[in-house]
Design a protein around this ligand. Sequence first.
Ligand SMILES: N[C@@H](CCC(=O)N[C@@H](CS)C(=O)NCC(=O)O)C(=O)O
Length: 202
Amino acid sequence: MTVKIYGPAASRAARALWIAHELGIPFEHIAIEMKDLKGSDYLKINPNGKVPTLVDGDFKLFESMAINLYLATKHNKDGMMPAGLQDQAQVWQWSFWGMTEVEKPLLTVLIDMFMTAPDKRKPDAVAEALKALPKPFGVLNAALQGRDYLLGSTFTVADLNLASILSWAKPIKFDFAPFPNVGAWLDRCLSRPAFKAARATK
Ligand SMILES: N[C@@H](CCC(=O)N[C@@H](CS)C(=O)NCC(=O)O)C(=O)O
C-alpha cells in the first residue's frame, strides 16, 4: 500500500521524504502548505497541526523521528534498521539525542538568520544557541572517530535522522573545523542520492 507523507520538503517532512527514497517505497507526497495546517481536515490527521504526518492505510503517525523509525522497521532495506536490539537502541539513542541536544539550538540560529525580519532578530538568543552546540558536537565527533557511520560501516536510520537535523548547519555555515569527524560524516550522509532526491521535491 502507498503511504502518504504530509508536509513540504522545506520542513521536517524532508526527513520522511529522505527515508522513503532510501527505502525505495512507493509514497504519495502531499506538500500541504503551512497556512493549511490548522484546517479542520488536516487536524483530523494530525491534531497538532504540524508536519510531517505519515498515513499508512488507517494508521496515522506524527513526529518525524517516530515516522522514520516506523518506516525503517517496516520496510527495512540494506540494514537501514539494524537487526540486534542493542544496535536498535543506539538508533533510538541518536535519534532522541539529536532532537533533545541539537535540534533546538540549530533551529534557533536558522530561524533567526533566514526567517526573521532584521528588526526582530535576537542576537543574544543566537549567541546562546551557538554556545550550546560545541558540547554535543564534541560528543558526536568522538563517537564517529574511526568509523564512517554512527553504528560502524553501514548507513542506518540513526545517521539519516541525525544528519537531517545537522543539515541545518549547512545554510548557517557552521564551522566544523573543530569537529572534523562530524563534518566528514555530515558530507557523507548529505551526498546520498536519496537526500538529494528529497531535497529536489517541493
Ligand atoms: N517534533 C515535531 C515538530 C514538528 C514541527 O514543529 N513541524 C513544523 C514544520 S518543520 C510545523 O509544522 N510548524 C507549524 C506550526 O508549528 O504551526 C516533529 O519532529 O515532527
